[in-house]
Ligand binder design. Sequence first.
Ligand code: UD1
Length: 379
Amino acid sequence: MNVHPTLEEGKHLKIINVVGARPNFMKMAPIIKAMDRYPDQIEHLLVHTGQHYDRKMSKAFFDDLGMPKPDIDLGVGSGSHAEQTGQVMVKFEQVCLKERPDLVIVVGDVNSTMACTITAKKLAIRVAHVEAGLRSGDMGMPEEINRLCTDVLCDYLFTTDAGADENLRAEGVADEKIVFVGNVMIDTLLHHKAMAEKLTTCRDMGLEAGHYAMLTLHRPSNVDDKKTLNGIFEALAEIAGQLPIVFPIHPRTRKMMDKFGLSYYLAPRADGKGIIVTEPLGYLEFLHLQMQARMVLTDSGGLQEETTVLGVPCITLRHNTERPITVDEGTNVVIGNDKQRILGAANEVLEGRDVAGRVPEKWDGKAAERIVEWLLGNA
Ligand code: UD1
């Protein structure tokens, strides 16, 4: 038995860990691993809401990350925000009533995060939010609504940086609920970095390290409007003339490009350059390509953090970020989605004027351990 010297003896916690969408999996993997070190004190169940269900958006990540199969799959799937949120709540309530956990842990900011928080709280079950306190200030972003609703309800708020602590305090959250633990997503990155390095994906794709860019794009604000999406691709097509761009396409973006008749931007070129479209990649393959890229262009939240730790320039195609530390300390620039600004930012990098960042405090691979030890001592 592994009992940490500072932990309460005889403590037993029944915990439900919740995942739903792709960016949740790499956040939950190290937490589960850290919990497994205390089998006599923590009993945990993994619930997958099924918000993401395609093999490449879901199962492939479980395999890559060595995560246990979910104990319970709610199988919710796609739908409008209300439908998806409502479905998760109805099904998760049944799980909570049957399992009666002491604590539910949610991560990130997806619809499943908020839905499970509301459900558990209404059953008087304590909830902990990992990656609490991030704020973009943009209420047009569904994730911002999810973050606010989740944080206001949660009992324990685990944060990635001091800025998140300040946001929570400014909203009136009591100090004792806020615990600055670091970044669980970076735990996963550091754990898998050496493994990812050994892959041959880059070579197999005919690419040379440092001589290609990576692109991800899926935010409704970028892909749901034809004019905006077209402007972004006009810029990308120009950049791709100088540097191949690897683009693992999100199902939402694929649908919108087809709908708007913009899929011609994705047609393969005879010389193998241009925009190289792939299916959504597994965690390790993506990490492998990301760490050797000349730059990353993205509207994702997590990539802003990963590039900061990898020291890869990141150009964020959004008007704001809930992760300002990646700009203040890391390699990120937030430039919006205007064609000229995208071209300007990419040229800065190509001309060698990218920012050299540093790794933020406690992004050291030990965040999940801190969370679990804190829970055993305090929850
Ligand atoms: C969700 C999260 C977003 C996260 C993103 C990562 C919310 C509000 N948004 O956005 O924060 O960055 O996941 O991918 O929770 N689809 C499939 N297969 C799947 C999943 C989705 O084809 O496995 C399609 C569906 O048609 C769906 C669309 O993609 O309508 C969007 O999926 P959804 O989960 O609603 O939101 P995302 O855009 O993926």
